[in-house]
Design a binder for this molecule. Sequence first.
Ligand code: HEC
Length: 155
Amino acid sequence: MAVKKTLKIFLIGLIILWVISLIVARLLLPVANPDKRNALPDWLSDNSKASIKRSCFDCHSNEVVYPWYSYMPVVSMLVAVDVKKGRKNLNFSLWDENDFQGIRRDFDDVLEVINEDTMPLSIYTILHPDTIFSRSEYISLINDYEGYLKLNQTK
Ligand code: HEC
């Protein structure tokens, strides 16, 4: 009997903890998609848009997809911090508010972090290995960007 009772208390405790961690996660995680804007500029090829969307949008856009484990205790904290910091540094969803200088500043940084392999964050690529930028994707980005710079410098 005693074992049964202990097990019952343990299970109830577990459920309570799980509910609390879900509530905490909901409070911590930034809203997944506050608006449906997608402001990736037209000078990016469709392939480059798709690569950026795949590799960077979870932290650098308003279009975040939270997998189930991001609601787990501790994980929710880590994810929340990355998304908040990521969006603050660079938010592709708000790129249409960026002027030529701003886009150049941002995109120089984008190329740099991809080239140096510092982005996407390694804690993220361990779980999502398919988000690592390939060399050919990187070269395509540079080509798109050079086309854009040329167009704007002749204006
Ligand atoms: C898992 C979340 C995550 C992903 C995915 C991610 N980033 Fe970041 N990124 C961050 C965080 C967090 C910071 C802020 C780092 C800091 O404050 O130290 C950041 C910062 C940056 C910065 C500014 C850093 C600097 O040194 O100027 C750039 C540029 C950037 N990321 C580009 C990218 C690009 C491009 C991709 C996709 C290839 C990407 N990030 C994917 C989380 C992420």
